[in-house]
Design a protein around this ligand. Sequence first.
Ligand code: ZN
Ligand code: ZN
Ligand code: ZN
Length: 287
Amino acid sequence: MGEITAVVLGVMQDGGLPHAGCLCRRCQAAFAGEGVDYAACLALVDGRRSPAGVWLLDATPDIKYQLHLLAGALGEHPSRPGRLRPPDGLLLTHGHMGHTAGLVHLGPEAMAVRKLPVYAPAGLVQVLQDTALWRPLVQLLDLRPLVAFQPLALAPGLTVTPIPVPHRDEWQAGTVAYRVQGPRRSLLYLPDIDAWAQWPAARDTLAGVDVALVDGSFYSPAELGGRPPVAHPLVPETLALCAGLPGRVLLTHFNHTNPLLDEGDPGRGVVQAAGVGLAYTGQTFQL
Ligand SMILES: [Zn+2]
Ligand SMILES: [Zn+2]
Ligand SMILES: [Zn+2]
């Protein structure tokens, strides 16, 4: 490939598709094998070196499948024949299960990584270290706390900067979006946010990148069957925020209830008319 590529490895909300315990039409189809999709995840692949540099943004419950999607870039493990080489590092946005639970597959019972670099907001590093259940796993990781707004160089010409965003925070550990700067293009990865109005820098931050992958969890409150609204912006609010932005905006992190998942849904026309797209698993962006 010879370049740096961002690869979408999943576009669903934390629970994925199918969603545990759900009997909705989409989940029933997915349980039957149709339309299965993974929790939101993005890979950065540096194809300028061999083997490629590979980093994952978030560790989802679907990580074993998502690593398999990257088998070509990861290649074989240098010292364990017949096994995949682990990625060069992970970067976590926040503590919710769709973003951290995949770490369990790196532990002694499964992939048994050795000192795998895992970058996360300092508060989240603390939570991971304090989780007794995960102690054997955490010993296999090289946990590295990130400083907000401080760019982290992953490779020459490739930096990732954590940007704090407001999001349900049970551990006071914070949530970040990642701004990825490649040699030629920039990308914002922002799978979860409570409300655009709670983040004054929203529009400027989105205007400052070539591609933004943002929270598209819910289209309307009707999806929750009368339950109180969850803390995510609704898609129409996101479309309003993004009107006239210079770069490309794509929605991701879809809840299994989101009608945009249906090909014929009229909401897709609304999204398209607003100049916004829907991210999909397997989509790539040259950086
Ligand atoms: Zn999430
Ligand atoms: Zn469902
Ligand atoms: Zn979350």
